[in-house]
Structure formats: C-alpha cells, structure tokens
Design a protein around this ligand. Structure first.
Ligand code: F6P
Length: 346
C-alpha cells in the first residue's frame, strides 16, 4: 500500500456509520502538555473504538506543536498493541508556545484540513484545555477532550488520568523515607509535584500519615507549624514528615527547610524532591480503567454530535463539561480532607 497517499485519501463510508448518522470519518488524536501515566491506555481505547466504529484514527505527534507542523499519521489497531501498561505517551507530547499565537493556530487548522481530519480527541491538562478554548473560538471542528494530567486540577472530573499512579508513586517513596526518618528521629520535607495544585501533596500526605501538608490552595501559618514541631519535640515525637507541593506559598521544600531551621534551633531536617519520577511508570488499575472508559466515551460522544467538551468521571459516571468550564475556575479543593491531617497524626 502507498502509505502517504493512503493517509490523505478519504475512506469510503463504512457500513456502521450509517447507524450513527455522523459525517465524521477521520479522527485526529493527540496528547499535550505534561505526560501522565494512562495516556497510552486512553490512546489505545480511542484508536480501537474508532476502528470498531469504522472510523480512521490519526495520531497527531507532539501535541499542538506537532499539529502545527503536520506530524500526523494514520494509526492501525496494532500501533497500540502492548501499550496499555506503559507510562509516557506513544504519541509524544510538548508544550507549544507557538500554538498560543494567531499564526500558530491558523497553521494548525490548515494542517487538520490538509489531512481531512473531521474531529479531534485531545488528552491533556490545564494548558491543553486553555489552548483548546482559544482554538475552537476561531475554528469549527468537533473535539472532545480527556483529562490527562497528574495534577488532578481540572473541573469536570473527580480524577484525571495519571493522578492515581502519581500519588501511588509518591506514597511508595514517602513510606521508604519514613523508615529512615524514624530511624534517625529526623524531620523530612518531601516535595511532590504540583505547581498550582496540591492534590498529589494532599492525597499522598494523608495516605502516608504526614504530620504537615503544604499546598498552593491553602495558606498555612508557619508559626503554627513551628509550634506543632516544638510541641512534638517536647513529647519526644521526633520524626516528622512534611509533604509540600512544589508550588506552595513558601516556595517548595528547600525554602521551607531553610525557614524552619532559622526558627527552631537544633532541628535536623532533610529534603527530598521527588520530581519527574512521579510522571512515569506503569499506570495503576484505576488509571487504566479511567483511560479506557473515557477513551471509549470520547469517540461515542463525537459520533453522537457532541463537541468542545471534556469527558470526565463524576461520582463514577461519565460526564461532559464544556472546555471553558474545565479551566475557568480553580477546581474546588476538598478542605475537609485538610482538616483531618492534624487530628490523625496527633
Ligand atoms: O504535568 C503537570 C506537571 O507535572 C506539574 O505538576 C509540574 O509542575 C509540571 O508539570 C512540570 O512541568 P515540566 O515537566 O514541563 O517541567
């Protein structure tokens, strides 16, 4: 088969399209922004659902930047074999500055037209949906988004693809840190990812019994934490685990350690920054299931005529939320979970 010509040729209308009455034949799919474990499982679900429905899926490589540059290739069912258990994204990803310009968006749209792409499925986080809001104000092409970010900071879904895996990775690391912290009676400050979001810090902190959690969503009084640590020292509770999101108000783990050392004479601290290890690894069962359900739902939604909405899971049910609502406001933070931290660690 002449591969290049095959990509550009419109496919004959498959039989099952007659049932869903949609004009969509060629779906472009891409991952964008920071990768997250489970993206491959979502790609697999989209590709296989599309093919099952008689559509031709096309991979758009390297997110919006690849869209601008026309890095677009037809995908077959075997292209996603052996991928459900792999972290990262087989479609690659990028954070594109060019896409946020008028010229960049125009180039991207022209590439979609050139490849006869009728509809899009994009998997990404906050930046991806902000880009989508601007793009679809200007160009009319149906699209469904999937929430793919370890940060879990999108409205319209209880959980994002990759969050569960990232939290479990953080938990494994913090459990190990507690072993050594306890042996040495030390205060450990562990920095987890989340420039603007504290979900990884909150969930991993509670799950590991962290004594204190610092997150961007909620200002903490440093004096109060200092009192707690000194109190703990008086009652000979010398091990403390502090989990801090990278974007918290004090500026991350190093800075927090410096502030504590300045205020508590003789305190011994150690800092661990978990970093990008949280973005990799095999997705958990929860992430694989979420990806598979949302990927399937995205294709079905396009065929049912939905557009410019993100598929998410709320209370276990698939829901759709317009792109601009997903990013317009900060996702409501579960304050009640913060309340229990101090009670459970006393
Ligand atoms: O994808 C989300 C995220 O991991 C954030 O938690 C983090 O702040 C950021 O991406 C890091 O981005 P980069 O890999 O581009 O440095």
């Amino acid at each position: 088969m002449d591969f290049l010509n095959y990509q550009f040729k419109k496919l004959p209308l498959p039989l099952n399209l007659q049932y869903h009455m949609s004009n969509i034949q060629r779906i472009g799919l891409m991952t964008s922004g920071g990768d997250s474990p489970g993206m491959n499982a979502a790609i697999r679900a989209i590709v296989r659902t599309a093919i099952y429905e008689g559509l031709q899926p096309f991979g758009i490589y390297r997110g919006y930047q690849g869209m601008i540059e026309g890095q677009i290739k037809a995908l077959q069912t075997t292209d996603v074999s052996n991928s459900i258990h792999r972290g990262g994204t087989i479609l690659k990803t990028a954070r594109s500055k060019e896409f946020m310009t008028e010229e960049g968006m125009k180039k991207a749209y022209e590439q979609l037209k050139k490849h006869d792409i009728d509809a899009l499925v994009m998997i990404g986080g906050d930046g991806t949906f902000r880009g989508a809001v601007e793009f679809f104000k200007r160009f009319d092409i149906p699209a469904i988004g999937l929430p793919g970010t370890i940060d879990n900071d999108l409205n319209g879904t209880d959980f994002t693809i990759g969050f569960d895996t990232a939290v479990n990775t953080a938990i494994q690391a913090i459990d190990k840190i507690r072993d050594t912290a306890d042996s040495h009676d030390r205060v450990f400050i562990v920095e987890v990812m989340g420039r603007d979001a504290g979900y990884i810090a909150l969930y991993s902190g509670i799950a590991c019994g962290a004594e204190h959690i610092f997150i961007p969503e909620k200002a903490e009084s440093l004096d109060m934490i200092i009192d707690h640590i000194q109190d703990d020292q008086l009652r000979k509770k010398l091990t403390n685990i502090i989990v801090v999101a990278e974007g918290d108000e004090f500026g991350g783990a190093q800075e927090l350690s410096r502030l504590l050392l300045a205020k508590i004479p003789g305190l011994e601290t150690r800092v661990t920054i978990l970093g990008h290890v949280q973005r990799g690894g095999a997705p958990t069962c929860n992430d694989r299931l979420l990806s598979s359900r949302l990927g399937y739902a995205a294709v079905q939604a396009l065929l049912a005529g939905k557009k410019n909405e993100m598929a998410g899971l709320i209370n276990g049910e698939i829901c759709f939320t317009p792109f601009n609502h997903c990013v317009k406001t900060r996702k409501p933070f579960p304050d009640d979970m913060m309340q229990i931290v101090h009670v459970l660690t006393k």
